[in-house]
Design a protein. Structure first.
Length: 409
């Protein structure tokens, strides 16, 4: 097999040249946070040096520049996910905040209603629903995965019924890295009168996602998982739902008029963006979108799939590796596994000593760990700046883990 080169020059990402524990860094923790290219930092710098002020408050030139930068990025995000209008793009602090806003602000859930999640949900798309279910005396139900760790059509039909009010699912699990059949979930949810909330935190950065094709009622993601900065999340919604959504935060910049005992709110998107928002971070997200679009989401997806396929093949050659899912179908660049006889935390530390960064633990997905009967697992996650030589380093690193733990000569 030919070596898979990086899709972009590594020099675009200076941090990838860091020396960690006297070894060249191999960064395989992209499902947690991605690194930032110089182009993103440069755009943020230009904004701070020449356009920075409080967007949408004062009328002076800098305030107008800041507002323009904010609205230009809103348009970029709209275009990137195929939304109909830019009022449907709300900026938040994170995917987590977006999901909390939906769960607490969607007021249609009543006593006895059902909320359906997938067992592999990240806690960010679980705990807000758990709280609202308790508060409203609704029932939280889970769809489970088959032996290949896939969501089947039978399970979708069994769990989503005319009692379901909300279906909230991750498009791609942050642990398993499989795309679920989201169109089927959407169709079933809508046939049964439920809304569909898509946690696209692990899909929007890695493949083309179009909200109209998904037919999502709400969709969320985070900038820091797609070459952007931390502190910026996106909440997309269909207009009719957004118009009824209660804001999570109340404060400045979201009102028409406030009286001592009453308030009339502004129109979207301001109504859901209380307080001073992180415009420099938002500008960074815009620059990240430009960078990703220049490469092309289809190419990024194909690259990651090829790296994941190579990683799975090489991991399968090691008899002591237990993969959590070995199917290549619908896979993004996330591979989860355990090393026989060694706790994931020890694997992580011994790899780190060799300059290899992966994520180990429960990945904020306790119910999935419980369902799979594993206390924790290791996760290698790839992006456009990874190559097959990073996988080779991981494999050599894992052999070293076995030697250090005296399980191999
Ligand atoms: N959902 C999924 C699937 C995730 O992977 C993550 C981040 N690990 C989140 C939600 C939460 O994202 P954030 O921490 O940026 O709010």
């Amino acid at each position: 097999q030919l070596a898979l080169e990086t899709l972009v020059p590594k020099t675009d990402f200076p941090i990838l040249g860091e020396i960690i524990n006297e070894q060249a860094l191999v960064y395989l923790d992209n499902a947690a946070t991605t690194q930032r290219p110089l182009a993103v930092l440069e755009k943020t710098r230009t904004y701070v040096l020449h356009q920075y002020s409080n967007a949408g408050r004062s009328g002076h030139v800098l305030a107008e520049r800041a507002y323009e930068a904010l609205e230009n990025t809103r348009e970029k995000v709209r275009d990137f996910i195929g939304a109909a209008s830019k009022e449907q793009i709300i900026f938040t602090r994170s995917a987590t905040e977006s999901l909390n806003m939906i769960a607490t602000g969607y007021t249609q859930i009543e006593d006895g209603d059902e909320i359906v999640l997938l067992v592999s949900e990240h806690h960010a798309n679980l705990l807000p629903w758990q709280r609202i279910a308790k508060l409203k005396k609704a029932h939280l139900k889970y769809m489970y995965l088959n032996d290949a760790l896939k969501l089947t059509e039978e399970e979708i039909e069994k769990k989503i019924t005319n009692k379901t009010k909300v279906v909230a699912v991750a498009h791609v699990s942050n642990v398993l890295g499989y795309k679920i059949p989201i169109e089927k979930v959407a169709k079933r949810a809508h046939e049964q009168g439920a809304i569909l909330v898509v946690d696209a935190t692990q899909s929007v950065p890695h493949c083309k996602v179009d909200v109209k094709e998904l037919d999502a009622d709400f969709m969320v993601f985070s900038a820091h998982k797609m070459l952007g900065p931390t502190g910026v999340g996106v909440l997309y919604g269909k207009l009719n739902h957004l118009e009824k959504l209660e804001p999570l935060l109340l404060g400045g910049g979201m009102v028409e008029y406030v009286e001592e005992q009453s308030v009339s709110f502004s129109d979207l998107p301001s109504r859901l963006e209380a307080g001073t928002i992180n415009v420099e971070g938002i500008v960074g997200l815009g620059a990240a979108i430009d960078y990703l679009k220049d490469i092309g989401m289809d190419r990024i997806e194909a690259h990651e799939q090829a790296i994941a396929a190579y990683a799975i093949k090489r991991l399968q050659d090691l008899p002591y590796i237990q993969l959590l899912g070995d199917s290549l179908e619908d896979k993004v660049g996330v591979v989860a596994f355990n090393v026989e006889g060694i706790h994931a935390h020890d694997v992580g530390s011994i790899l780190d000593a060799q300059g290899i960064a992966i994520r180990v633990g429960h990945h904020c997905a306790h119910p999935l760990m419980h369902y799979l009967h594993v206390p924790a697992c290791c996760r290698a996650s790839f992006y456009l700046y990874n190559s097959s030589s990073d996988v080779d380093r991981l494999i050599e690193g894992l052999k070293e883990v076995r030697r250090v733990m005296r399980l191999e000569p």
